[in-house]
Design a protein around this ligand. Structure first.
Ligand SMILES: NC(=O)c1ccc[n+]([C@@H]2O[C@H](COP(=O)([O-])OP(=O)(O)OC[C@H]3O[C@@H](n4cnc5c(N)ncnc54)[C@H](O)[C@@H]3O)[C@@H](O)[C@H]2O)c1
Length: 439
């Protein structure tokens, strides 16, 4: 990093400068999913001429028909205006001054980043790249990936990065459900290794972000991963504390309240089913480069154990065999419609091994039937029906509305056993009979 761009310095350039007229669009977003679509719409909202490219025909039909293909607050009116168009063909990228890549970067079944979507995008872009364009990688990637992209582009084109083609890593750090606000409030990290790339990427993202923070490629890649992994480990520790408290017959909610109350030096998170498309996989992007057991691997094991813990421990209080069991929530996170890498399907699979009479999955953020999230399509029970004459309830997701539903259950079915690690009920117990909510 050179002296003119030290880390942490707000290198926000002039944002009012008009972009070149030789391109039809200011920016082309490739991969208009949960990250790319909100980004494209937010650009449009601030007057940036943005277009999208996506291989998913259903997603294109929804967006180009004025509908959000998934739930993300703040964008319904913007998408209905029809100013952000998603194309099937990456050729539109040739007419865009900047290209932002926001395709998926999952893990393989092994501890290994699956870069196939990024590679396919790069291969598809090669014939369309033009001198002066900026390519921003925004998908979450393993350290070293932007350097790989640089080598890939220089191998397969006549361009030199920093001279006639610009390259930056500009990570997305929004939380799903908060994209609209956070795209305008979070500082934007810009990882670049030449001045021209850094300036171009900073100019683009300064249209949205209040502050631009300069870094090199690997620093920017690690910032994104460390932000997510810190959260994942924080939640794993909360889950471990819940298990330790259970071992000693102590109450984790009382301990957490006392530990956090007016205490300035540590904050214990709520225990729960911690997973999801980003948190669950991002640790693997570090772990694939280390052969040793470490805290990240332990955090993974801890979070992954929670469904088994809940089934095993409720099963010690009431035999699940031949019972009617309800599972509240199937998404990975509160009040979203995203089931990717949710632990709820795993919980259901463990329940199936107990051979209950019936497992009723309910999630009012999902359609009926619930699309395959690892267990095939499932009937999505209406919440009230799922709780009618039910023997056991597992709260898999802390959706708004479950507290009231469990309180209603307490009146009609006080004997029903509940496993509620999230403590959505406010019972302040992980395992309890619904009648406890009346006391
Ligand atoms: N979801 C989040 O909250 C979040 C937050 C920060 C970072 N990220 C990261 O952002 C990246 C994207 O995540 P996402 O949640 O938006 O994934 P997503 O699956 O919702 O979106 C990716 C999109 O890319 C499209 N796509 C795949 N290959 C393509 C190709 N060759 N050409 C054009 N389109 C293609 C897919 O059809 C899909 O619509 C990931 O690296 C993720 O880790 C996600």
């Amino acid at each position: 990093m050179d002296a003119e761009a030290p880390f942490g310095v707000n290198s926000r350039p002039c944002t009012e400068e008009p972009m070149s007229l030789e391109f039809d669009h200011d920016v082309c977003i490739i991969g208009t999913g949960r990250v790319g679509l909100p980004l494209g719409l937010s650009f449009v909202e601030v007057g940036v001429d943005a277009v999208g490219v996506d291989v998913d025909a259903d997603l294109r039909a929804a967006v180009n028909g004025g509908q959000m293909p998934f739930h993300e607050p703040g964008y319904d009116a913007l998408v209905a205006e029809g100013r952000f168009v998603v194309h099937a063909d990456a050729a539109v990228a040739a007419r865009s001054r900047a290209i932002v890549v926001t395709v998926g970067t999952p893990l393989h079944t092994h501890i290994e980043t699956d870069l196939s979507q990024v590679r396919r995008v790069l291969e598809g872009l090669i014939p369309h790249l033009r001198p002066g364009q900026l390519l921003c990688l925004r998908s979450t990637v393993a350290p070293g990936t932007t350097a790989f992209v640089r080598r890939f582009l220089e191998r397969h084109t006549r361009f030199r990065i920093g001279e006639d083609l610009l390259l930056a890593f500009c990570p997305e750090r929004i939380a799903e459900g908060k994209a609209h606000a956070e795209l305008r409030t979070l500082p934007q990290i810009v990882g670049a290794e030449d001045e021209a790339s850094r300036a171009a990427a900073s100019t683009l993202f300064a249209r949205l972000a209040p502050e631009i923070l300069a870094a090199d490629y690997v620093t920017a890649e690690l910032v994104k991963l460390f932000n997510n992994i810190a959260r994942y480990v924080h939640f794993a520790l909360a889950n471990q504390f819940a298990l330790v408290a259970d071992t000693f017959g102590a109450n984790i909610y009382a301990i957490r309240h006392l530990a956090n109350h007016q205490y300035p030096r540590s904050h214990i998170a709520s225990p729960g089913l911690t997973a999801g498309t980003c948190l669950r996989k991002d640790f693997g992007m570090i772990n694939e480069w280390s052969p040793y057991p470490d805290m990240l691997l332990s955090a993974w094991k801890m979070n992954e154990y929670i469904p088994a813990f809940l089934v095993k421990h409720l099963g010690q209080r009431v035999a699940l065999h031949d019972r009617r069991v309800a599972v509240l929530g199937y998404t990975f996170k509160q009040d979203t419609d995203d089931t990717r890498d949710s632990l709820a399907p795993k919980l259901v699979r463990y329940l199936e091994r107990e051979l209950p009479l019936e497992i009723r999955v309910t999630d009012h953020h999902l359609a009926d039937p619930i699309a395959d999230a690892g267990n095939g399509p499932l009937k999505n029970w209406p919440l009230v029906e799922a709780l009618t004459d039910v023997d056991c309830v597992f709260v898999a997701t802390n959706h708004t509305g479950y507290r009231e539903a469990l309180q209603a259950l307490a009146f009609v079915s006080p004997e029903t056993w509940v496993a509620d690690l999230w403590n959505v009920s406010g019972a302040n117990q992980v395992f309890f009979q619904a009648g406890a909510l009346l006391r």
